[in-house]
Design a protein. Structure first.
Length: 248
């Protein structure tokens, strides 16, 4: 019998943002006294016939058909310490190799709030700052001081593309995937700002100021966030005010 996985939630179409770089917006639901539903994104990088999924989002049958039309799902990369719930599905379905940042755990609830988490999954390989990556021309930037491991994936193409987990977001407003409770609560919590450093991530992971300032050390032109719309063009300078606010 196959393991049980979180079901596929509503999502959009896979879009080619740059040559061999695809992007899709889906949904996550959070249980609790006030259940909330909001959007999240997956980036797909194609190298020949090989696909690498970054910030995985489970797709429905039609979405999986579109995905496999692009190539073979060989790798899954987890960047965000508070994400990862769909990684086991892709490992099971496609025998993909799952890569997670060293120190990340697959446990229910928030990684920084459970003193004795019960893990439900282990990755196939750990990602480190100077270690192997399943993508050519890529570099991983970590936040060593953060309480929950997190990273940015830099692609050396198109003037520099950064794929972000929760650190860099671009939610100008709630989209069609938000439930009403999420619209209300996340507005109060300061999530709906374009070109933002993730407010929930700042509170939960507590990265140090030097790690935050280091976001701006490497030039990049574009950001593909796990939350919000793609940022195309002059992204480093457009994010600079938010990074500087977060380091005051």
């Amino acid at each position: 019998m196959s393991p049980r996985f979180p079901p596929a939630r509503p999502h959009g179409e896979l879009r080619e943002i740059f040559d061999d770089v695809f992007f899709v917006t889906g949904t996550v639901e959070m249980a609790g006294p006030l259940p909330m539903r909001f959007s999240r994104n997956m980036t797909v990088i194609r190298s020949g016939r090989s696909l690498c999924l970054v910030n995985s989002v489970r797709l429905d049958d039609a979405g999986l058909e579109a995905l496999t039309a692009l190539g073979d799902v060989d790798h899954v990369v987890r960047l965000a310490g508070f994400h990862g719930m769909d990684d086991p599905f892709y490992q099971d379905r496609f025998k993909a190799k799952v890569w997670a940042i060293e120190g990340q755990t697959y446990a229910t609830g928030f990684a920084n709030q459970n003193p004795d988490p019960k893990t439900y999954f282990s990755p196939d390989a750990w990602l480190t700052a100077d270690g192997e990556l399943p993508i050519d021309g890529a570099r991983l930037q970590l936040f060593p001081s953060a309480r929950v491991p997190e990273g940015l994936l830099h692609l050396d193409r198109e003037g520099g593309i950064v794929i972000a987990g929760d650190a860099l977001q671009n939610w100008a407003a709630p989209d069609e995937y938000f439930s009403l409770p999420a619209r209300l609560m996340m507005r109060l919590m300061g999530f709906f700002k374009p070109l933002n450093v993730g407010p929930g991530w700042l509170r939960g992971a507590r990265p140090g100021r030097d790690d935050l300032r280091a976001i701006l050390d490497t030039p990049f032109e574009h950001v593909l966030p796990s939350h919000g719309a793609p940022v195309i063009g002059d992204a480093r300078e457009r994010y600079r005010p938010a990074v500087e606010r977060a380091t005051r």
